[in-house]
Design a protein around this ligand. Structure first.
Ligand code: AMP
Length: 284
């Protein structure tokens, strides 16, 4: 595996590979890799001639400076993991390499960014759209791999690809979980053993909501989930929403809907976690 830190070098390499007819798969990450990332990398290695992973803790998408500072950075371990899944290139730039000048560009995603993560993390999706656009330009992938764990991010990137005519396919893979049900996340590295057990209750809350979705009104489900999580003192719920899986807009009822997205954000100690579950309403 080749590790590249320079934008000019990754551009040259990718251009040459494209010209020689190679198909490029791309997995953008912020590192501290886990099985959720590895699933995407294995899929890319299977589907494409060349797999590129980027590891970049993108400062512009952090609305909380403490979260940026404490975000786990484990490049040596990550490099070993990337080699184990036959990744061909790791793009590992410094912030100054990517942001050569202050970026003033503002994206707007309309209603999509006015709910959940967009509402609770001002500027987050602007930072995501900026870095994803830059990376797509550098790497020019045929396919880019994202996780359902960040459901709203997938919807934002889909809209970005469409709006800016990026010539690539977006591929989305399901959330990989710990045995406890806790969604794997780099931020889990900041949880103590006890906090990890508590954080698994977020998944329990999603399962609880999924069990009620065909039986009770949306508002009652929301109240029950909120009451359940409020009863756990170490969890501070930020939001629980039942939303349309494509538009991410809150659903008032699920009568005319085939699928719903159950989405949650909460703090366990000082760590902010998100999770979601898609439920098929036709399955009874
Ligand atoms: P991150 O490094 O957190 O920015 O994540 C990089 C990519 O991996 C994103 O597309 C995430 O949605 C995806 N990802 C992160 N955690 C998981 C998980 N537990 N299961 C599936 N995909 C994930």
């Amino acid at each position: 595996m080749e590790v590249i830190k320079q934008v000019s070098t990754i551009r040259e390499k990718m251009q040459a590979l494209r010209c020689s007819g190679k198909r490029i798969g791309f997995v953008p990450t912020m590192g501290a890799l886990h099985e959720g990332h590895l699933q995407l990398l294995r899929a890319s290695a299977q589907d494409n001639d060349i797999t590129v992973c980027s590891i970049f803790v993108n400062p512009t998408q952090f609305n909380n400076p403490e979260d940026y500072k404490l975000y786990p950075r484990t490049s040596e371990q990550d490099i070993a993991l990337l080699k184990s899944v036959n990744c061909d290139f790791l793009f590992l730039p410094d912030a100054e390499e990517v942001y050569t000048q202050q970026t003033l560009l503002q994206f707007s995603f309309g209603a999509l960014e006015q709910v959940m993560e967009g509402e609770h993390r001002p500027g987050h999706f602007n930072g995501v759209a900026t870095i994803v656009s830059k990376l797509f330009h550098y790497i020019t992938p045929h396919k880019a791999y994202f996780g359902q764990k960040d459901l709203q991010q997938v919807a934002i990137v889909r809209q970005l690809i469409q709006a800016l005519s990026f010539n690539l396919d977006l591929v989305c893979y399901p959330t990989v979980r710990e045995e406890s049900g806790l969604a794997m996340s780099s931020r889990n590295k900041r949880l103590t053993y006890e906090q990890r057990q508590i954080a698994a209750k977020l998944y329990k809350a999603l399962q609880m909501a999924a069990g009620m979705i065909n039986v009770k009104p949306v508002q009652s489900i929301k109240q029950e989930v909120e009451a359940y999580l409020q009863s756990i003192s170490q969890i501070e719920l930020e939001y629980f929403e039942i939303a349309d899986p494509n538009t991410l807009q809150p659903l008032q009822d699920v009568i005319a809907t085939n699928e719903a997205a159950l989405c949650i954000a909460a703090h366990v100690g000082s760590v902010r976690l998100i999770d979601n579950m898609l439920v098929n309403l036709k399955e009874g």
